[in-house]
Write a protein that binds this ligand. Structure first.
Ligand code: ADP
Ligand code: MG
Length: 478
């Protein structure tokens, strides 16, 4: 039989799952362990102090409501925080911090005096010896201010920000940022370094590409100075390694990195890694390294949506003191949806052309230039066109999406058509509703939400929609 605290927690998990997105659920709720239930006091174990603070800051209301629903008005939640000692082993004792229930305030005093008294002095640091000055190799332009936030990068950005404010002190260690080319991995990784440097001037921060790390290692091998190489890296408080996929099949480099990683991690130092694919898909990387990458958090960067692309272009223009008409910005953002580097490339071609021709850029010129830039320009797609594509893709008769049928397959095709019409056309919600048998705008909003939920949770559906999107884009190129 399931023990009561487990059963209660299982019920809570179902509610959490319905109320937060899947990525947040995995990050913040799955790692929690129910420990015991005494009366109406439920004790849960969380991996770290930071984890606890994050839950309290972001999910206190959800937690409270859910627990009260399960255990009644007197419900209380107690946290038990696993303390990791500096050798990385989980210590058996935990700290109980009572939270809501007896503390009516939203955020109970999170700075409860916790004296864990287990900080072991690092025997390698000689007291009084000044730290050597290491150039962090950071580009100051890659900072958080210039990094535009959007749905495409929210988790990675906020985790990165948390890490910069508490290097080594969060559960995001290592923080692995992954995503396709030109989506902002280097920018974000450097922003973390810059921010950490700004917050903690005395911390040693180092940004290095995996190629540079490999080359330094090979030089060290040649010069018989491996010890110096390793000692140097062991001095770093925040080590950022960019594009770790290039470590693939370099066994010796992986080996040395493994030792450095362990040393840093065990001494509570922070690692930030970037990769062009999720750690689980990295080939040619040793299992023991891969398993370590999973100790922290892997967060992805996706292709930004239309609005975020506009915001990025505007930020770039602002930084460079350039102004472009709004319709030009929209046109460029609409047509260049591959990655941010291309978006910037398009902006640069526009500026180059206009200064060459000594002409202000208007939509007309922009169209010409961008046409050469991407070679193919997508026409504005119509709602009818989207309906046709969706219905073909899902084998649903097109007239049905305009009727009131409540059959599941048809409802889904209808909702997806509305969703795509919202993302691909500039029609108002009202007009979109009209195309589906005169439905109102709130139905369209509801449909978009339903589809977004499905996309967030159902991989198969997401793949199918991605395929459909490609078809729509291909067929709409003139
Ligand atoms: P990656 O390392 O993933 O290939 P980069 O970090 O080099 O990508 O980013 C490519 C370009 O796009 C850079 O000039 C960067 O400043 C810009 N960029 C990426 N993401 C953002 C963002 N969210 N906001 C503003 N600029 C961005
Ligand atoms: Mg990069």
């Amino acid at each position: 039989m399931t023990e009561p605290h487990v059963a209660v927690w299982d019920n809570c998990l179902k509610i959490f799952k319905d109320n937060v997105n899947i990525q947040s659920y995995k990050t913040w709720f799955e790692p929690i362990r129910p420990i015991k239930l005494e009366g109406s006091v439920l004790t849960i174990e969380v991996p770290s102090q930071f984890f606890y603070e994050w839950l309290e800051e972001h999910y206190v209301t959800l937690l409270r409501k859910t627990i009260e629903r399960e255990l009644g008005k007197d419900a209380r939640l107690e946290y038990s925080i696993v303390v990791e000692n500096s050798s990385g082993f989980k210590s058996p004792y935990t700290i109980n911090i009572p939270t809501f229930g007896n503390t009516p305030s939203k955020n109970p005093d999170v700075s409860v005096p916790i004296n864990i008294g287990n900080s072991i002095k690092n025997p390698f640091v000689i007291p009084g010896l000044k730290k050597i000055n290491i150039d962090p190799q950071l580009n100051p332009n890659y900072n958080f201010e210039s990094f535009v936030e959007g749905d495409c990068n929210r988790l990675a950005r906020s985790a990165g920000f948390a890490v910069a404010n508490k290097p080594g002190g969060t559960s995001f260690n290592p923080l692995v940022i992954y995503g396709g080319v030109g989506l902002g991995k280097t920018h974000l990784a450097q922003a973390i370094g810059n921010q950490a440097k700004q917050n903690f001037n005395n911390k040693t921060v180092l940004y290095v590409s995996s190629e540079k790390f490999t080359n330094q290692f090979i030089d060290a091998l040649k010069n018989n100075s491996i010890n110096d190489f390793v000692h140097f890296y062991q001095l770093i408080d925040l080590l950022i390694i960019d594009d770790i996929q290039f470590f693939a099949n370099k066994e010796k480099t992986q080996d040395i990195f493994f030792h450095i990683f362990n040393h840093l991690h065990q001494s509570g130092k922070q690692l930030v890694l970037t990769s062009d694919r999720p750690p689980k898909d990295l080939e040619g990387i040793e299992e023991r390294l891969l398993s370590r990458f999973k100790w922290g958090l892997s967060a992805d960067l996706q292709v930004p949506d239309f609005e975020t692309r506009i915001a990025i272009l505007e930020k770039k223009m602002h930084a460079d003191g350039i102004e472009l008409p709004r319709d030009v910005v929209e046109f460029v953002s609409y047509n260049i949806d591959t990655n941010i580097r291309e978006l910037e490339g398009a902006l640069i071609s526009l500026l180059a052309q206009s200064s060459l021709n000594k002409k202000e850029i208007d939509l007309e010129i922009a169209k010409k230039i961008i046409k050469n830039f991407v070679k193919s320009i997508s026409r504005e797609v119509s709602i009818d066109f989207i309906q046709k594509m969706v219905c073909e893709h899902f084998h649903v008769p097109i007239e049905k999406v305009k009727e009131k049928t409540r059959k599941r397959a048809i409802v889904q095709a209808r909702q997806l058509s509305m969703f795509l019409a919202k993302s691909y056309t500039k029609n108002s919600l009202k007009l979109i509703g009209k195309h589906f048998g005169g439905r109102d705008h709130s139905t369209v909003i509801h449909s978009c939400q339903a589809i977004q939920n499905l996309l967030d949770t159902d991989e198969e559906f997401r793949d199918s929609v991605d395929e459909l999107k490609k078809k729509i884009q291909m067929s709409s190129i003139s």
